[in-house]
Design a protein around this ligand. Structure first.
Ligand code: DGJ
Length: 709
């Protein structure tokens, strides 16, 4: 079946993915309207669904509030608009006039449908893009608005897409909320009637909300039930509005910016909204997560086939107290553990001895690196590890040479205070000269020192986001900032294809499908307490794959929480993502170093499963019951169980845990004990994990399919 087809009689377009369909049409008024999003359909079936149905009529209703592909501000529409336009004469409406459509199946694996429109009276053009692939149920949508006239136009809202859900008996919304060091807390609540706004006004994706949602009818479980999920690929301020109408419908609109957005469009100018992706599954929340992970690995990450190296990061060990001798001592110990990438964190440059000074001055501090970074980079390479360096290119301390030279480079409003957070201000990356300067500085840094990896950090929210001296500058700042940020990263990568990048924003403040399409992993949280991490990682993995989830083993008592957790438990939790180590290895005992080296080696044996396998969350994080995740090879030849139990209660035996996704009728051998289990028993009746007694008990069980004799 073709990925995209069109029924001219009914005027219906049908998009088909491996297991789902999406259909739309243009109604009598010319507006693009939703028809269906769910299980696979034929064109004939989609036509049946497209038959217009009577809607409630009263002089207070107007057009249905849910059900258009991009509800505009205009006519008798009263829901949240996805597109809101202001023309120079004061007119605010948009009237749809279809001008054509394109169905491109240029590649055998990807197809794109583009519907084009113009306003009936003004020279403003809108194109709705839908991209589908043969190997994913994710539909990528975006909108492009172009001013084809000779007068400026202002976009007061220009969302990427609106998504319509079918009529369900109830609606439940899953999403994450959080704050610094407590990111990705999964919430699952009935969707209230009215409008529910998830947003970041902080200029970054944010710790407080993340631009994805899942919706179901209240009955979906981890493995069963219908789930619709969307995710916005954008790393600046954003807004997703979920609407539930009194007549029992629900839909979403989402895009860049928040309240008060105002994007100027000069004559001839185009605004391309970022992709807003969506998927439907009948495999429950686990099915939705797996579909997102597979999509990210196939179509988002720049190097999806690579396994993330085991890294060491110096931050928790040394703080700002970074020097050549101390870093070399740590690097030697890290190499002995099997670490593959050594990352020097904050504190290596300029006058940076605390968070009060030096940010922006990207030259090695002469008092701590008298011969520059060369000797340390050489030593790390000689130890067989790659070398990584922390940078925070978007920010500046007022106490820095950069700020003294270019006080006008920060975002600000003339005459207003420049609010500092962590003693720093934000560079106006929307300015091309600022972005070019950063690109040049980083190019030289990476090139001069043979740097293999950058940890790209951003440690504050925006404030006073003004761009003085440029007409409309302040309105342009938000989108231009993110585009230039992406541009600098893209250019760096293109110039140096071996460079790998970690996205960090005070932990997980910048994790989204936009940044993940140009970085290799993300730092999920500054909270490295294994107990807290279980919940953070559970939320992170709802959409983003384990391949991208940086997770370190650090010292105890934990710097943030004061909690002491056994080394083995800390490792087992960190092994659920891209494993790193962040403790002060100079203080680890010989026994701890030995145990750590063993666990690093164990991780290397199974990381291909964690990073590229299928995730099954067999039981979610809990205070006293084991939480178990399973990662299975795509060909089901191997599987890994990671189990963690924080508190042992009442000495009760734990019930067996039922595995998923094994080869039926095969036998699986436990790589550590040699015990052989039959797949039917493991999946139908379960496996006793035999966690050691006591609190903070954990296990990693690696099962390998026996080959037929
Ligand atoms: C915030 C990051 O999340 C930390 O890992 C560390 O890099 C600090 N910034 C350094 O200032």
């Amino acid at each position: 079946m073709s990925m995209i087809s069109f029924a001219p009689g009914a005027g219906v377009w049908l998009l088909v993915t491996p297991d789902t369909s999406y259909a739309l049409r243009i109604d009598e008024s010319g507006a693009p309207c939703h028809v269906a999003w769910g299980p696979r359909l034929t064109l004939e079936e989609a036509e049946e669904l497209a038959a217009p149905r009577p809607s409630a009529t009263s002089s207070f209703e107007g057009r249905p509030a849910v059900g258009e592909e991009l509800p505009v501000d205009g006519g008798t529409r009263y829901g949240p608009p996805s597109l809101q336009v202001r023309f120079t004469d004061g007119s605010r409406a948009f009237e749809w006039e279809p001008t054509g459509h394109r169905m491109d199946e240029n590649s055998p694996r990807t197809g794109e449908l583009v519907l084009t429109f113009r306003d009936r009276r003004y020279p403003l053009h809108v194109a709705l893009h839908y991209r589908v692939h043969t190997d994913t149920d994710v539909i990528e949508r975006r909108t492009v608005v172009r001013n084809a006239g000779d007068q400026p136009v202002t976009l007061l809202r220009a969302d990427s897409a609106a998504w319509t859900l079918p009529s369900l008996r109830d609606y439940r919304l899953s999403h994450v909320t959080g704050q610094w060091s407590a990111e990705s807390q999964l919430r699952r609540d009935q969707l209230p009637y009215g409008e529910t706004v998830l947003t970041s006004r902080r200029g970054i994706t944010s710790h407080h909300a993340n631009p994805w949602v899942m919706l179901d009818d209240g009955t979906a479980t981890e493995e069963h039930g219908r789930v619709w999920s969307t995710a916005l690929a954008w790393s600046g301020s954003w807004r997703i509005t979920a609407q539930r109408t009194p007549d029992g419908r629900a839909g979403l609109t989402g895009g860049i910016g928040h309240d008060g957005t105002s994007v100027p469009l000069d004559p001839g100018e185009e605004f391309a909204a970022p992709p807003f992706l969506g998927l439907f599954t009948d495999g429950g929340f686990g099915g939705a997560s797996r579909a997102w992970h597979a999509h990210a690995l196939a179509h988002v990450l720049p190097h999806p086939d690579e396994v993330a190296p085991v890294l060491y990061n110096s931050w928790e060990a040394t703080g700002f107290d970074v020097d050549e001798a101390g870093q070399k001592a740590l690097a030697e110990r890290a190499a002995a553990l099997g670490v593959e990438l050594y990352v020097v964190d904050d504190g290596w440059f300029g006058a940076r001895r605390s968070d009060r000074a030096g940010l922006g001055d990207w030259t090695p501090a002469p008092d701590r690196f008298p011969d520059g970074l060369g000797p340390l980079v050489g030593a790390v390479h000689a130890l067989g590890m790659r070398f990584g360096l922390w940078v925070e290119p978007e920010a500046v301390n007022p106490d820095s040479d950069l700020y003294r030279q270019h006080p006008d480079w920060v975002m600000h409003f003339p005459g207003r205070p420049r609010s500092e957070l962590r003693h720093q201000l934000v560079l106006n990356f929307a300015r091309r000269d600022v972005a070019d300067w950063v690109h040049d500085r980083l190019t030289r840094l990476v090139g001069d020192h043979g740097i293999d990896f950058l940890k790209w950090d951003m440690n504050r929210a925006f404030s006073e986001a003004g761009w003085p001296g440029r007409q409309d500058g302040t309105d342009r700042l938000g989108p231009a900032y993110v585009r230039n940020l992406y541009g600098v990263i893209d250019r760096l990568r293109a110039d140096r294809p071996t460079l790998r990048i970690e996205s960090c924003s005070g932990g997980g403040g910048r994790v989204d499908l936009g940044i993940l399409s140009r970085t290799d992993q993300a730092w999920a949280s500054d909270n490295t307490d294994a107990a807290d991490r279980m919940g953070i990682q559970h939320g992170y993995g709802q959409v983003y794959p384990a391949r991208t989830m940086g997770s370190w083993v650090t010292d105890v008592p934990n710097q943030l929480t004061g909690r002491t957790v056994p080394l083995r438990f800390r490792f087992h939790v960190a092994m659920a993502g891209a494993l790193g180590i962040g403790g002060d290895l100079r203080r680890w005992s010989e026994d701890e170093l030995r145990e750590a080296a063993t666990l690093v080696a164990e991780y290397k044996d199974v990381r291909h499963l964690v990073q590229h396998g299928r995730l099954d969350r067999l039981s979610p994080p809990s205070d006293d019951a084991p939480s178990v995740v399973q990662y299975t090879a795509p060909d089901t030849s191997e599987t890994l169980l990671l189990a963690w139990r924080r508190t042992a209660r009442h000495g009760s035996p734990q019930p067996p845990v039922r595995l998923r996704g094994l080869t039926p009728e095969a036998r699986y051998r436990d790589a550590r004990t040699g015990a052989v289990h039959q797949a039917a028993v493991l999946t139908g009746y379960g496996m006793h994990l035999d966690l050691p007694p006591g609190d903070w008990s954990s296990a990693a069980v690696h099962l390998i399919r026996e080959t037929e004799a």
